[in-house]
Design a binder for this molecule. Structure first.
Ligand code: SAM
Ligand code: SF4
Length: 334
């Protein structure tokens, strides 16, 4: 088998996008994402910097052009910037885009270093502009740091997209204001429905808010023009005529978005998940720690192409039922 063959799955989808989790640890505790007393992975199980680097190069050699570093919170990993710098050297040499998803708490410290490494765009997760609500949702009083981080990102020239989970009775009433504020700052916004991933203390169904409701609310104020913008991901985009900004809607429970899926996810321990909504996986750490890592990694990626499912298997999250998948979003990074 040619080691340089592109990654194409059995449904003829070309895989060009990797989301790589660099840590499962986080400095926030968003209530929908993880419990307060989250059990983190033993450090020895987490990929080393060199392993993350080699793994990324293996994917790039097989045609991955877009790499998103995520977590947990990627910027809490100590050697993260070193990794970003090392991967930044592949930009223009196979890699077209290097980006990350962050909660923003440490952006003020790292925004300029990210730009220096070649990062041009980042996603920042922010569900509210209200300090008390932020504290309630994340169990940490860190809104000022996040706002400082966003300002630093903007000043450093990073393009920012906000990811906002829509939560009934929590940030619901505030969403139009949040979108208006973000567009005023020059940030795009993508709204996300809460997904049944991993046990948390609360029943997520209590705060499940269909984005069709949010859209109807926004359309009472603004004109949402369907946009031609596509990323191969689950979001549908709209241009908001009045604000001049872009709005994305991700509705995993109510829409099917799998047909054009171009992505794979790898956890911080090197487990490749072929689908965010499925359990099909391949152990890339075993490949990386084997005697012949390059060959083993290629073989593992070929396996991934065989097992990537046609569509996700999220069940609609019903009150009191077990989550559809037992792993938390902080494992696969969303
Ligand atoms: N810590 C970083 C952050 O918050 O941006 C990166 C990892 S976080 C797991 C990635 C995204 O997943 C965030 O935008 C977060 O809001 C979202 N997320 C986490 N758990 C979720 C859930 N159960 N349903 C929907 N989105 C979730
Ligand atoms: Fe941490 Fe991101 Fe999960 Fe919030 S959503 S707890 S910031 S990993």
């Amino acid at each position: 088998m040619s080691t340089a063959s592109p990654l194409v799955d059995q449904f003829r989808r070309r895989i060009t996008y990797l989301r790589l989790s660099v840590t499962d640890r986080c400095d926030l505790r968003c209530a929908y994402c993880m419990p307060e007393r989250m059990t983190f992975l033993p450090r020895k199980d987490v990929l080393t910097l060199d392993e993350l680097h080699d793994l990324s190069l293996g994917f790039i050699a097989r045609g991955v052009t877009k790499l998103r570093l995520t977590g947990g919170e990627p910027l809490v990993r100590r050697d993260m910037i070193e990794l970003v710098h090392a991967l930044g050297r592949k930009l223009g040499d196979g890699l077209e885009e290097l980006t990350l998803t962050t909660n923003g708490t440490r952006l003020a410290e790292f925004a300029e270093a990210l730009v220096a490494a070649g990062v041009r765009r980042i996603n920042v997760s922010l569900d509210t502009l209200d300090r008390a609500m932020f504290h309630k949702l994340t169990r940490r009083d860190s809104l000022p740091q996040v706002l400082e981080g966003l300002a630093a990102a903007k000043a450093a020239g990073l393009r920012v997209k906000l990811n906002t989970v829509a939560l009934k009775d929590l940030n619901q009433a505030e969403i139009p204001e949040l979108v208006g504020w973000a567009h005023g700052q020059g940030f795009d916004v993508t709204l996300i429905e809460v997904m049944p991933l991993g046990e948390v203390e609360e029943d997520r169904f209590d705060h499940y808010l269909p984005l069709s409701d949010v859209r109807a609310d926004l359309e009472r104020r603004w004109t949402l023009d369907p946009s031609t913008h596509r990323t191969g991901g689950p979001a549908r985009y709209f241009d908001v005529a009045e604000t001049g900004g872009r709005l994305g809607l991700i509705t995993p429970l109510t829409q099917n978005f799998c047909e054009g899926c171009n992505r794979l996810r790898v956890t911080a321990t090197g487990q490749l998940y072929a689908c965010l909504g499925g359990n099909e996986k391949v152990d890339l750490r075993a490949a990386l720690r084997s005697e012949n890592p390059a060959t083993a990694l290629d073989a593992a990626l070929d396996t991934a192409m065989r097992i990537k499912p046609e569509r996700h298997h999220f069940a609609i999250d019903r009150r009191g039922e077990q989550p559809a998948l037992s792993r938390h979003m902080s494992m696969t990074g969303g």
